[in-house]
Design a protein around this ligand. Structure first.
Ligand SMILES: Cc1ncc(COP(=O)(O)O)c(C=O)c1O
Length: 400
């Protein structure tokens, strides 16, 4: 039998999809499971956006587009990304992709060489694709620990301690998956101060949750003096307009944009032509629906965090953005005799019918930070109330 490459055999995955398969199997067996696993809005894409896609189909927008994306979408994305960040972004510096996700790999591929020890620093816990793509691209992953005491930001001194002559790229993510933490302007100023001492490091600012922020003003490292030229801003339609399946993301970089275009040509050719027209409407059309969705996420955040903090053995910080809660369950594990968050997660699923993800699904557990699980609260109020009540019952009944 011909062999499968090590690169592919070792490729990681998004464990949300693995747990989801477990959940779906239980549901298939007739079990009643409330799921908080999947990180996508539970709303339909707004009607005006759906209509724009239908119109694009009827008008015959069926062929390839330029790899960089249609000019109308590049212009709309440049205006939107620039407006939020106080920058004037040239549409020529914006590239459209099949979601924001491909830009993670494109950026690592553009900034590191294969197998020579180039290092990429990335947040831990973090979106699992960072680590798996760093490895698949032949670079060295260097985790940067997020601290609960800092509301899940990292210590800039920890960042500086991890920088070596081999460091090529720093990945930032705010608002953050899985903690819901945000990097404030003050955090970013401290990070920028470190990076100014290391001018050869690129920055990937994963800002896919930029419009789902619940306190203060959104801040991007790209807005700080000297940072824009070396930063790749990544944003997209998936989360803000409930368009995960449409696959539209965009990235801006005055230097790397032409390189991204070559990567798109070499991989997807272009993002879906129809979805691109839908995204033009998302960006340029009425913002009433995304405003309502955000308000709904905010109300659910307050609901779930309030309820979680009343569960025995659980404490939950108020997340500043995205739609994730990241409660500390160290004490709940101790009370129920679960050896760690992963055992607790399995028992919650099998014995209480509550599906969540564990911290180990977002990288190796951070030393001395205890046990955490992730709730995606892109779920109805009733699901949140019933799910957290089931968890509380489970812990009460199983306390030793
Ligand atoms: C931090 C982060 N970055 C990127 C993505 C990918 O988004 P997209 O659907 O635009 O590819 C996600 C999706 O879950 C995410 O959580």
């Amino acid at each position: 039998m011909p062999k499968i490459s090590r690169r592919t055999s070792d490729l990681g995955t998004e464990n949300a999809f693995v747990v989801l398969a477990e959940v779906n199997e239980l549901i298939r067996q007739g079990r009643d499971v409330i799921s908080f696993c999947i990180g996508q809005p539970d709303f339909h894409t707004p009607l005006n956006i759906q209509d724009a896609a239908v119109k694009a189909i009827r008008e015959g927008r069926h062929g390839y587009t330029p790899s960089a994306g249609i000019p109308e979408l590049r212009a709309a994305a440049a205006k939107d990304m620039g407006g939020l960040r106080g920058l004037s972004i040239d549409p020529e510096h914006v590239v459209v992709g099949a979601g924001a996700k491909p830009f993670i790999a494109y950026t690592i591929l553009c900034t590191t060489d294969y197998g020579v020890g180039d290092e990429v620093i990335y947040p831990n816990p973090g979106f699992p694709i960072y680590e798996s793509q760093i490895l698949a691209c032949g670079a060295v992953p260097v985790p940067l620990y997020l601290r609960e005491a800092r509301d899940f930001a990292f210590d800039p001194a920890d960042l500086e301690a991890r920088i070596t002559p081999k460091t090529k790229l720093l990945i930032l993510n705010s608002p953050q998956n899985p903690t819901g933490g945000i990097l404030t302007k003050k955090d970013l100023e401290e990070i920028a101060a470190v990076l100014r001492r290391h001018p050869d490091i690129w920055i990937y600012a994963d800002e896919i949750y930029s419009r789902l922020l619940y306190q203060g003003e959104f801040a991007s490292i790209a807005s700080l003096p000297g940072m824009y030229e070396r930063t790749i801003i990544s944003d997209g339609a998936s989360k803000t307009w409930a368009m995960t399946g449409w696959r539209i993301g965009y990235a801006s970089s005055p230097v790397l944009a032409p390189q991204f275009v070559r990567w798109v040509t070499n991989t997807d050719s272009c993002a879906s032509h129809i979805s691109q027209w839908a995204a033009v409407e998302a960006l340029n059309g009425s913002q009433e629906e995304p405003r309502k969705m955000r308000a709904s996420f905010l109300a659910r955040r307050d609901l779930i965090v309030g309820l979680l903090n009343r569960v025995p053995g659980v404490t939950c910080k108020l997340p500043g953005g995205a739609f994730y809660a990241w409660p500390n369950v160290t004490e709940a594990c101790r009370m129920t005799g679960a050896k760690d968050s992963e055992e607790l997660r399995k028992r919650l699923l099998n014995e209480a019918g509550v599906a969540v993800l564990a911290d180990i699904h977002f990288g190796a557990r951070v030393p001395d930070e205890g046990q955490h699980i992730r709730f995606s609260y892109a779920a109805s109020n009733k699901a949140i109330e019933d799910g957290v009540a089931r968890m509380a019952d489970f812990i009460r009944k199983n306390t030793r």
